[in-house]
Design a protein around this ligand. Structure first.
Ligand code: ARG
Length: 492
């Protein structure tokens, strides 16, 4: 009876989340229209939208929009192909893995076709040539007249970029590599590094929009670096289509014009100085993030609950091999970091077994199996804590083992561990923030997007923390009420 109640509660929770989560409605609408007009396919373009004027995020009515000259190129390619364009924003160093595992069709992200990259992916014709410069604090521009003066200095770069290689080539430089361009700028402005290697137009856009930055006279060797579009190795069909669009754009000098337009759009964000107006300005980001966080946590706990119960029963089954499987399962999942589990499921499975989960699927699977291991231990303790007499009495009344377990033991066990299950739910809400790592647009991901956009290291994160806190407090309150209801039933 009580078990039923709990299952109902879980289902109700799941349905609520699915109802408020608009992504599903979208996905279905898209599928429907896709089957009506099979010609209209989607092309997925990966980019790291931290690279104004090439690709960056703009806030329009509290919501984020990815814009820039690379986006305009992507739009041209999509329209020439008669396809729907879908942009996938992710850290620069995740782009090539995403391309190689087939999650995106191409990368247009100011990427330089280096020999090393050419071994793993194919590149289109070049569409632009930019140059490398040294970005530094405004007061230091005269300090670095030649590259030699950078020797031994702390230098910031973006992980996985050619700038990282250039910096590593500076004698004795102490190189710090970080995920996004805005993090590099933060390193500079907070005096953690003295200089950064930057793509020229990107450095200029930073200088234009941020006080306290300047471009030094020193210029890295081989500073002219081209940009091209990457596709999966061997995808010549797509490459031919891309190249024909690029040929048209190059003949019209369109890319220069796109960059000019993008520079015009890139006026920099004026983030409000008051945290409440700050929140209000970026509310759309946070709202989108909360939906994913709730969806992930609800599904993670729901599946975790079911799998965990199963594992607990295996563990207590008395059959050696089943027990052994359950022990290994819980120990491995509880003894390894969730981040590692997430990356194995998302990237490892794609490479090793060609199982390509979407970011959302990988996130849900990881949260489910991870929480199932903790819940299994909670259930085991609960089941073992039920007085042996209960089972014996049920059996002596003639109930079969399974029925006695299901109707007598498990309901009592679950009730006694309810507070612990509630705790696990709270933990999952917080831990779900890890999925932002692979690019699920959850609350943490959105907080980082706002941070990238505003260069504010405090407000975006404090707001995210406050929202997590509100969610966990509400949940604890709900669980308290629910527990009290259950125990009220006992006294009747
Ligand atoms: N051109 C450089 C490279 O290929 C940097 C590109 C960084 N792009 C970006 N969207 N952050 O490594």
């Amino acid at each position: 009876m009580r078990l039923k109640k709990i299952t109902h509660l879980m289902l109700a929770l799941l349905l609520t989340v699915l109802a408020v989560y608009p992504g599903y409605a979208h996905a279905e609408a898209q599928n429907a229209s896709a089957s009506d007009t099979p010609e209209k396919k989607t092309i997925k373009v990966g980019l790291s939208a931290d690279f104004a004027p090439y690709e960056f995020i703009m806030t329009v009515d509290g919501n984020s929009k990815i814009v820039g000259s690379d986006v305009m190129i992507a739009e041209q390619i999509a329209s020439d192909m008669g396809a729907e364009l879908q942009l996938e924003n992710m850290p620069f160093d995740s782009l090539l893995p995403a391309l190689q595992s087939g999650r995106i069709d191409m990368v247009i992200s100011g990427m330089t076709p280096t020999d090393e990259r050419r071994q793993n992916v194919d590149f289109s014709d070049l569409y632009y040539v930019s140059r490398q410069v040294i970005l530094t604090r405004a007061g230091d521009v005269d300090k670095y007249k030649t590259m030699d003066e950078l020797a031994g200095k702390p230098i910031g770069v973006q992980t996985g970029s050619i700038q990282e290689e250039i910096a590593n080539g500076i004698p004795d430089a102490q190189v710090t590599a970080v995920k996004s361009i805005s993090d590099v700028v933060s390193l500079l402005l907070s005096d953690r590094v003295d200089a950064a290697v930057f793509e020229g137009p990107v450095a200029e856009s930073q200088v234009k929009n941020r006080a306290g930055l300047g471009i030094a006279e020193a210029v890295p060797e081989d500073s002219d670096t081209p940009m091209a579009i990457a596709v999966e190795k061997g995808n010549t069909g797509l490459l031919t289509q891309i190249n024909s669009t690029l040929e048209r754009l190059n003949s019209e000098n369109a890319v220069d014009e796109y960059i000019r337009q993008a520079n015009e759009m890139n006026t920099g964000e004026t983030a409000p100085g008051n945290i409440f107006s700050f929140f209000w300005k970026y509310r759309g980001f946070y709202g989108d993030g909360v939906k994913y966080t709730l969806l992930l946590s609800a599904l993670g706990v729901l599946f975790g609950f079911l799998i965990g119960l199963l594992i607990a029963l295996l563990r207590l089954s008395g059959v050696k091999i089943l027990k052994w499987i359950a022990v290994v399962y819980t120990e491995v999942l509880r003894g390894t970091p969730m981040l590692v589990q997430l990356l194995i499921i998302h990237f490892g499975f794609a490479t090793a077994f060609d199982i390509k989960f979407t970011v959302l699927q990988s996130g849900i699977i990881t949260l489910s199996i991870n929480s199932s291991a903790y819940l299994a231990e909670i259930f085991r303790a609960g089941i073992q804590g039920v007085d042996k007499g209960q089972m014996e009495a049920a059996r002596s009344l003639g109930m079969p083992y399974g029925m006695a377990m299901r109707t007598i033991v498990i309901p009592q066990a679950i009730k006694s561990v309810l507070p612990a299950i509630g705790n696990e739910f709270v933990v999952i809400i917080k831990e779900s923030s890890i999925v932002s790592f692979i690019g699920v647009a959850d609350l943490m991901f959105q907080a980082n997007a706002v941070r990238t956009l505003t260069y504010s290291g405090l407000y975006p994160l404090v707001i995210a923390a406050a929202i997590y806190l509100v969610m966990t407090l509400i949940l604890s309150k709900l669980l308290n009420v629910f527990e009290r209801r259950l125990s009220a039933g006992d006294n009747r």
